[in-house]
Design a protein around this ligand. Structure first.
Ligand code: SF4
Length: 286
């Protein structure tokens, strides 16, 4: 049986960087440090972080001067950063540089008095953070239908949540192109998600079974699993190695593996090792 790991599986650059900063901060701090919201959508890795001394808080209220707060890769709004400074907290800002770029561009558009439009999910932490940088006159739209309902404006400035699809960006932009004198668009989409999906899809088409590893609460892992299923290949979504069953491998000659952006390497490696052991057992017994 051949075991093939998809390209770009697991941690993206931004999550890898956030993890490194968090573990370094935990190592260098004699007291607990805090993350503003879970650093990652993976329960096993969050548990590991907690054991290393990183506790999750939902706001800054309970923290006092000298405490350390980690801002996760999605970023946060300027008000929260200001509040953390005023409280005298040590800030470890793990906002992904791609998200920082989108925040800066939203801020510039607001300063240049464009009507800022953010394409994304309104309740996602990244979009909530972006909104804070875009000033008071900001519209958040999920899709072209939302955009079509908005009043006309002469000058529109657009940024997108980093995980949006290019297709959705194009559709929203075309709505404003028909109505406004000036439309300024910054393509702030990060390619990590698209690359991971493309590689998973290509692999799903050449194997007999796909195993997608990642938190059940991870939107990008769920998306990977549904994309693989759509190709018609038998697909299992698991969080940990203990969920795999030997019976899945019956009559399988090629297994493909991929993992979401928040799935650590150690969980991926445990799955691969388990499959290799079973493969060796099969070879011995045959
Ligand atoms: S998906 Fe892209 S923007 Fe988001 S954290 Fe990863 S690298 Fe950064």
């Amino acid at each position: 049986m051949k075991i093939i790991l998809a390209e770009n599986a697991g941690f993206c650059f931004g999550v890898k960087r956030a993890m490194k900063l968090a573990f370094e901060a935990a190592k260098n701090s004699p007291t607990p440090i805090y993350s503003l919201g879970p650093l990652i959508h993976n329960p096993q890795q969050v548990q590991l972080l907690t054991q290393s001394g990183v506790q999750v808080v939902s706001d800054l209220d309970s923290l006092t001067s000298g405490d350390t707060i980690i801002i996760r890769s999605h970023g946060t709004n300027p008000e929260t950063l200001q509040k953390a400074k005023c409280k005298g907290l040590n800030i470890v800002n793990a906002t992904c540089p791609f998200v920082v770029k989108a925040q800066e561009l939203a801020q510039i558009l607001a300063q240049e008095e464009y009507q800022v439009v953010i394409i994304g999910e309104g309740n996602h932490p990244e979009v909530i953070g972006l909104t804070g940088f875009a000033g008071e006159n900001v519209w958040v739209v999920e899709n072209a239908e939302d955009a079509a309902k908005l009043p006309e404006k002469k000058r529109i400035g657009i940024v997108a949540q980093t995980t949006q699809s290019l297709d959705n960006l194009r559709k929203v932009v075309s709505v404003f192109l028909g109505e406004s004198d000036e439309v300024k668009v910054f393509n702030t989409i990060c390619h990590a998600t698209a690359l991971r999906q493309k590689a998973a899809l290509a692999l799903a088409k050449e194997v007999d079974l796909m195993i997608v590893i990642g938190g059940y609460n991870s939107a990008n892992t769920n998306r990977l699993a549904s994309l693989c299923k759509e190709t018609g290949v038998h697909t299992y979504h698991i969080e940990t190695v203990n969920e795999i069953e030997k019976s899945w491998l019956k009559n399988i000659s090629k297994v493909g593996i991929t993992a979401g952006a928040s799935t650590p390497d150690w969980i991926i490696n445990e799955v691969i090792e388990r499959l290799k052991i079973w493969e060796q057992e099969c070879t011995k017994n045959s």
